[in-house]
Design a binder for this molecule. Structure first.
Ligand code: NAD
Length: 417
């Protein structure tokens, strides 16, 4: 198993993968369109160029990250020379979701390969065209005893989970994450769980309001809200509530739903009938529980699954729309009076994946960042990613981190993290 010990071999494999993904970029964009009408600009921004950036960053740093690390012993062991070896786990299983079907399948795979593991990837059955291209890319790049892709649905995932693995990397929903954790416990297999979220965007009275409006829109309506770290709860300081809401509604009125191939389109379709039904069910619960609904006056196309960008005001923490992941273009608006109350409300969730803070005061941003229980916290921006920064959640949003050096560290026994 040359990939276990030879860092150069792994680097060459990743370079081969990079060439292959560049060659197939147009096919990937087409597959994402065929699977769920993903607009081309989004496919490039969040899928293909994301993976290329991750590949370039990993290829550049692989030697530094994967080589044995020299550590200086204490005075008692002088003059010994100590190394920590970055030993791969061995056989890794990766199970991926549908919402970023290409990015979320390949990103953990890049790290697992860089760390020297053998990998089996099971992409999502709900995006079969993308899964087919991923499988093709993998078979064109890797030896089958190094990396393989197994397409299939829940039954295939369940079958794979009955086997013994040295590491499991799962991205998906909280209920399935719990199933994966139980299966892993049978063999005491270590697991990374990248699960759902209910991110809070906190807007303080001193925030740059127009900039915040753009960030809130991007945070919840991008990718139709099918984003684990979406800012699906908006926490507004009480004295700016009316002004901010009117700016938000004005901006939302300009959002265009429709043909993903039209470059003026902002938001595409909901990915499936089942997902649309879930969004309708949770929205109805919001109305039944007494929140006020407002939807942007968009033209809804006749064919496909559509849901207009929607906000709920008058939401309390007891409402289901404030507690459950909707995974659609629905924003729940709550208010707060003091910074302490904002933090308390933002943290009052079983999730802990993402949060956003909007304020002109650096000290307030740092203070909020120290008190928020979320794996990723953005300040005066939202949904920005970089291969150098790790990603992952607290609480029911999961265990472990992915991305860059931290992503590789997950797949290494005894790694310095
Ligand atoms: P899902 O949990 O339904 O499915 C994910 C994967 O698990 C799929 O490959 C599927 O085949 C498999 N699976 C489904 N049911 C299974 C079962 N009973 N046993 C074994 N395997 C099973 O998730 P999804 O609907 O594909 O994705 C949406 C969810 O993923 C959302 O909750 C979202 O927040 C989360 N997500 C998290 C992140 C993150 O990085 N934290 C990223 C993207 C999506």
């Amino acid at each position: 198993m040359i990939f276990k010990n030879d860092i150069n071999y792994r680097k060459q494999s990743l370079i081969k993968l990079m060439i292959c993904v560049e060659l197939h970029e147009q096919e990937i964009i087409q597959a994402l369109f065929d699977d769920f009408k993903k607009p081309a600009f989004e496919s490039v921004a969040t899928e293909t160029s994301y993976i290329l950036a991750e590949l370039k960053y990993t290829i550049k740093n692989i030697h530094n990250w994967a080589k044995p690390q020299l550590v200086f012993p204490s005075i008692f062991n002088f003059p010994s020379t100590d190394y920590i070896y970055q030993e791969p786990y061995g056989k890794v299983l990766i199970i991926a979701p549908w919402n970023y079907p290409y990015q979320l399948a390949l990103s953990p795979l890049i790290a697992a390969v860089a760390a020297g593991n053998q990998v089996v990837l099971k992409p999502s059955e709900l995006t079969p065209n993308t899964s087919r291209i991923i499988s093709k890319i993998i078979s064109e790049t890797f030896d089958t005893n190094h990396v393989t892709c197994i397409e299939g649905g829940v039954d295939v995932a369940q079958e794979l989970l009955t086997q013994r693995w040295d590491y499991i990397f799962f991205t998906g929903s909280v209920p399935v994450g719990k199933i994966v954790a139980k299966a892993a416990a049978t063999h005491l297999t270590p697991v990374t769980l990248e699960l759902g979220g209910k991110g809070a965007n906190i807007v303080f009275e001193d925030a740059p309001l127009d900039q915040a409006v753009e960030g809130i829109i991007n945070g919840i309506f991008f990718n139709q809200g099918h984003v684990c770290c979406a800012g699906s709860r908006l926490l507004l300081q009480e004295n700016i509530h009316d002004e901010f809401l009117s700016k938000l509604q004005k901006r939302m009125s300009k959002i265009r739903l429709g043909d993903p191939l039209d470059k003026n389109t902002d938001i595409g379709a909901i990915n499936s009938a089942a997902q649309l039904a879930k969004i309708h069910e949770l929205s109805s619960s919001g109305q039944a529980e007494g929140a006020d609904i407002w939807s942007a006056p968009c033209q809804i196309p006749n064919k496909g699954f559509w849901f207009a960008p929607t906000i709920f005001t008058g939401v309390t923490q007891a409402h289901r729309i404030a507690r459950e992941e909707i995974f659609g273009p629905v924003l729940s608006v709550l208010t707060f009076r003091t910074p302490q109350e904002a933090i308390e409300k933002a943290n009052n969730t079983p999730f802990g994946l993402s949060a956003g803070v909007w304020s002109d005061k650096g000290s307030r941003i740092l203070w909020a960042g120290n008190h928020l229980k979320a794996g990723v916290i953005w300040a005066n921006t939202f949904n920005k990613f970089d291969p150098a920064s790790p990603f992952g959640g607290y609480k029911e949003s999961g265990w472990g981190r992915e991305g860059g050096r931290h992503g590789l560290g997950a797949y290494i026994k005894g790694a310095k993290k």
